[in-house]
Design a protein around this ligand. Structure first.
Ligand code: 5GP
Ligand code: MN
Length: 328
């Protein structure tokens, strides 16, 4: 993105935070490491500015990310919808307004939203928008914003930033691993972050549920279009059988994508009967964000997602066909 436009966005975002108080901080539904890291990073940033804030997500924050929370609590809107409403919202890692989910039920009519994100498909739904699509993670944008605001990099904030970078770059491996990513990561290590501990926690360790689910998932591995498309599927019954949680499905899609010759790997996760969450990963030949958008989703060129309504078989047929068209 052009430096000048981004510098102006940074100033506007800093002004938004300086001029207001009592913020609601929200990330996308089913938060990943970057969404979680960004939520807690903003909390620590607001804390050091002496601002009041409330953290919320549409559903539960996965336990595996709670080491980043420090003394903060995060409200599960589904379980504890708040009595009050909020007029100042900071949205992190949400490509569009719908990703905020039902949390928007506690927005005032006259709400002002600061939209901080890194998705190329971001539709700039905020009243102020801080979006840098060449950033590997939203925490990378928050690093810039912390510098802009003159916030000191405390150990808690650093852990959030490093965790978001680590997860959204797949352990500093994906093509979004820019020199800037590694410079920020190096800065975080210099400031005392124990990168190897976070890597083990976030990337290496598997829960028992995860391995059991992997066994089932690999049984469904299927191919089409000369083995250039591969997919796995996981049903609600699989989850129940293996005692796995919804987050245990994270990463399964890589087993489809990583097969030699595969251009697009797909994971179909049954969320409830008739609701299939689709994760798409591309080697670069197909723009999976464009494919996901056709089903009402979005994301990045090489990693995107959407939700398809219908049976597992219908979802597979429809999405695989679109992917095949994109590759032809
Ligand atoms: P995942 O497959 O890991 O859920 O998501 C991959 C990428 O696509 C992430 O950057 C995520 O934010 C984005 N993404 C996943 N699902 C959706 C969706 O339903 N809508 C939009 N706009 N983006 C999504
Ligand atoms: Mn992200």
């Amino acid at each position: 993105m052009m430096g000048d436009a981004y510098a102006l966005q940074l100033q506007a975002a800093a002004d938004f935070i300086r001029e207001h108080d009592d913020f609601l901080v929200v990330s996308h539904m089913q938060p990943d490491g970057d969404a979680a890291g960004s939520t807690f990073a903003v909390a620590f940033m607001l804390q050091s500015l002496g601002k009041r804030y409330t953290l919320m997500n549409e559903g539960p924050m996965p336990e595996k990310f709670m080491y980043m929370a420090g003394p903060n609590t995060i409200i599960n809107h589904e379980m504890n919808p708040p009595e009050r409403k909020f007029g100042r919202v900071i949205s992190v890692d949400c490509a569009d307004y719908a990703r905020i989910g039902n949390v928007n039920e506690c927005f005032e009519d006259e709400v002002l939203i600061l939209n901080i994100d890194h998705h190329a498909t971001n539709d700039l739904f905020g009243h102020a928008n801080l979006v840098r699509s060449d950033a590997a993670a939203t925490v990378e944008v928050l690093y810039d914003l912390s510098v802009e605001l003159g916030i000191s990099f405390t150990p808690e904030l650093n852990i959030c930033i490093y965790s978001g970078l680590l997860t959204d770059t797949g352990g500093f491996r994906y093509s979004n691993t820019s020199p800037k990513v590694l410079q920020i990561a190096a800065d975080m290590l210099t400031r005392g972050v124990r990168g190897y501990e976070l890597a083990e926690r976030l990337l290496e360790k598997m829960t028992y549920g995860q391995v059991s689910l992997l066994k089932k998932g690999l049984n469904t591995l299927s191919f089409a279009y000369n083995k250039r498309v591969a997919w796995l599927s996981v049903t609600i019954n699989d989850l129940a059988d293996t005692d796995a949680s919804s987050e245990d499905m994270d990463g399964l899609v890589n087993y489809a994508r990583n097969v030699e010759g595969v251009e697009v790997g797909i994971l179909f996760k049954e969320k409830q009967s008739g609701v299939i969450k689709v994760s798409l990963r591309s080697g670069g030949q197909a723009d999976v964000a464009a494919i996901a958008k056709r089903f009402g989703g979005g994301g990045h060129i090489k990693a995107a997602g959407c939700t398809v309504h219908g049976s597992m078989e219908e979802a597979i047929t429809r999405v695989v066909e679109e992917v095949g068209l994109a590759l032809s």
